[in-house]
Design a protein around this ligand. Structure first.
Ligand code: SF4
Length: 328
């Protein structure tokens, strides 16, 4: 591992002042992804700023919903009574991710910032535009079974790995960010970005910005929500396909659907075509199937992941049926 300077800070202003002095510095939260990346020589910060002591761990009700502290642990968030009651989809998504040990260490802010698990990204002997811009994409013509079917470019076909973020996308969360100049709110749909020509960038956060909280607006679909994850083994595996779905119902009529997919794109993939199809339709098996068809018709599979199209349809239908039946 490359040597680095280590500092610990006690308030957000101190953290932001320090990181602004060094473009090669990185914040350390739970460290569950950053330390792996450093050990593999994929991330090479020359300075680590430990933000673990900052008072950003609170989970609390607000006038508009619930605020999750950026440094609250994933386990504490998933098991918090306010989250279990009002956002069960989020509890399920968090508990579907990683292992109990990792969830005990991982922070909410860090979960959003975790990097792709594309195996070529972690192998510094192979070309990878995300790790080394301009070097090429080994996955494009390589083994790409786990990779994207939506929104990819020839520069990068990786998928984003977080389960928590798929639920946050369907929940229309906002990310609260602090810098030396201002506080800003980033709508969740704009936080992560598609690869375009610059896959080295995963999200719209700027160097010098610190995530302080994730805001969850109130919704009226807690009782009719679901998170479905399909993976190679039942624990400690990333999604082949996942779906977070919430249905706002008036009897059997769907007033609105909120659906996001994981394991299919470089960011949480909002299933806008399925949502548009379901609006004001009856909640029937036939309409769920048509909505799934409408979404997956746009998929562009790679050589080894055509199976994700059928899997995506079935996962969408399963999530919609589960949400309709209700979880209370
Ligand atoms: Fe790198 Fe993206 Fe290609 Fe994977 S898919 S090798 S992360 S550029």
């Amino acid at each position: 591992m490359k040597s680095f300077k280590f500092s610990a800070v006690n308030n957000p202003a101190e953290a932001i002042t320090l990181i602004n002095k060094n473009t090669d510095a990185a914040f350390l939260g739970g460290g569950t992804n950053l330390l792996d990346l450093m050990k593999e020589h994929v991330a090479l910060p020359n300075e680590i700023i430990d933000i673990g002591n900052l008072s950003l761990k609170e989970i609390k009700a607000t006038a508009s919903g619930i605020s999750l502290g950026a440094l609250a642990k994933n386990t504490a968030t998933a098991n918090h009574p306010l989250i279990r009651k009002n956002f069960p989809m989020l509890s399920k998504a968090i508990l579907a991710g990683a292992s109990a040990q990792i969830r005990n260490m991982a922070t909410n802010g860090g979960n959003l910032l975790q990097r792709t698990r594309c195996s070529y990204f972690y192998d510094i002997a192979t070309p990878c535009n995300k790790r080394n811009p301009g070097s090429g994409c080994a996955a494009l013509e390589g083994f790409n079974r786990m990779h994207a079917i939506f929104g990819w470019t020839r520069e990068c076909v990786a998928v984003y790995p977080s389960d928590m973020s798929i639920a946050l996308s369907a929940l229309n969360a906002n990310v609260k960010v602090l810098s030396s100049e201002r506080e800003r709110i980033i709508p969740f749909q704009d936080f992560h970005i598609l690869p375009g020509a610059h896959p080295e960038k995963d999200n719209s956060l700027q160097h010098g910005e610190l995530i302080t909280a994730i805001e969850l607006p109130k919704n009226d679909f807690a009782e009719h929500s679901a998170y479905i994850k399909i993976r190679d083994r039942n624990s400690y595996a990333f999604a082949l396909v996942s779906v977070a779905a919430g249905l706002t119902l008036n009897g059997n009529t769907i007033q609105a659907a909120s659906i996001a997919m994981g394991g299919v794109a470089h960011k949480p993939w909002r299933a806008l075509n399925a949502e548009a199809y379901l609006k004001d339709k009856a909640a029937t098996a036939a309409n769920f199937a048509k909505a799934a068809e409408a979404e997956m018709a746009l998929a562009q599979p790679l050589a080894h992941n055509k199976f994700k199209i059928e899997m995506g349809k079935k996962a969408l239908i399963n999530a919609l049926e589960t949400a309709f039946k209700g979880n209370i």
